[in-house]
Design a protein around this ligand. Structure first.
Ligand code: TXA
Ligand code: MG
Length: 319
């Protein structure tokens, strides 16, 4: 029997009983548990096979919930929250002592976000506690953007994927922390950099492992298909390096028009948002075809293209 269901009351019951439920958000599906249940939080880590040093994002239904979670909100964090919540932005702020160390991996900061999905907002309003939710994929593998992706990963581990359809934005939230009251981007994500800078001005990006050993999710290899994947500027050129191989191609907007290849075009109209929303599903599809290699085309380095390139880079072995 399928574990995918739209029943919010069932999710409320499971979560109240310290069980995990996969929840829809506008970015990717999350593997959610009660932040105050040690049992639930431990099982998030064990189900994902995620190391304990990698902290979790706390999901809340509204800004009024922040006061129980953080102790200080910088001015620019307020501007960002006004501009982008509910939405695909996670803020890293000084944590309240009520937040268990297991959530934050012992740090003095906590990552928090108000997701913009009607089903999960309704669920959060019905629960007397916030939800910790990392992306609902085994550690290191491709994030899920459809209920079926989660079911494939975790059907033997959890009792419900709360069905909210396909994720509209399709890549994870943009993570923003603060150093001396100034915002720093720790993870590029579903918000375009330009849109963030329109609110708080020029912003520093520290999303490389060397730069931010503190954001452990920034591992060089992450979000990865099991098929060997390459990220290149010129796909036609790279194909020549793989003679007699079964090749899958992932391109932005222009077809290579080669019938011998399995090809996915992310947005024929060249829309970055459409491309982002289809990115992980396309990787899931190509990865299921038992190909020898996947060759992905690098995106223009602006807008959401920057975030898409970040994810593709981490999905690949080579530069
Ligand atoms: O869109 C999203 O953010 C999704 C949905 C489900 O909300 N969640 C998600 O969670 O992507 P996860 O666990 O896959 O990624 C969370 C990232 C990790 O890279 C983690 O290291 C970072 O957030 N993080 C969490 N708490 C942090 C903190 N206190 N300081 C710095 N980084 C933190
Ligand atoms: Mg993740």
């Amino acid at each position: 029997m399928s574990i995918i269901s739209k029943d919010i009351q069932k999710a409320v019951k499971l979560l109240t009983n310290e069980q995990l439920v996969a929840i829809p958000t506008e970015t990717v599906y999350g593997l959610a548990g009660n932040i105050f249940s040690e049992k639930a939080i431990k099982s998030i880590f064990s189900t994902k096979k995620r190391p304990f040093f990698n902290p979790l994002i706390v999901h809340i239904s509204g800004v009024e919930k922040l006061e129980n979670i953080v102790t200080h909100i910088p001015e620019k964090a307020k501007l960002l929250a006004d501009a982008f919540w509910p939405g695909s932005m996670t803020l890293v702020l000084k944590k309240s002592e009520k937040i268990p160390d297991l959530i934050t991996a012992g740090k003095d900061t906590v990552a928090v976000r108000i997701p913009n999905h009607p089903v999960t907002l309704e669920l959060l309003r019905q629960l007397p506690f916030p939800l910790a939710a990392p992306s609902a994929n085994p550690f290191g593998s491709i994030s899920p953007t459809k209920p079926a992706h989660v079911e494939r990963y975790f059907k033997n581990d959890i009792q419900q994927v709360l069905d909210g359809g396909s994720c509209e934005n399709g890549i994870e939230s943009t993570i923003i922390g603060f150093e001396n009251e100034e915002p720093i981007i720790y993870r590029l994500g579903a918000l375009a950099l330009e849109d963030i800078e329109a609110v708080v001005g020029k912003i520093t990006i520290k999303n490389k492992k060397e730069q931010s050993p503190d954001a452990p999710g920034m591992l060089a290899r992450h979000y990865a298909p099991s098929t060997k994947t390459f990220l290149v500027d010129n796909v036609a050129h790279e194909i020549k390096n793989h003679p007699n191989k079964k090749i899958g191609i992932l391109v932005f907007k222009d077809s290579l028009k080669d019938k011998n290849l399995t090809e996915i075009i992310l947005s024929e109209n060249g829309l970055m948002h459409e491309a982002a929303s289809k990115l992980y599903n396309s990787l899931h599809e190509l990865d299921s075809l038992k190909l020898d290699v996947i060759i992905a085309e690098r995106f223009p380095d602006n807008g959401l293209g920057k975030s898409i390139n970040d994810r593709l880079q981490r999905a690949t072995f080579s530069a």
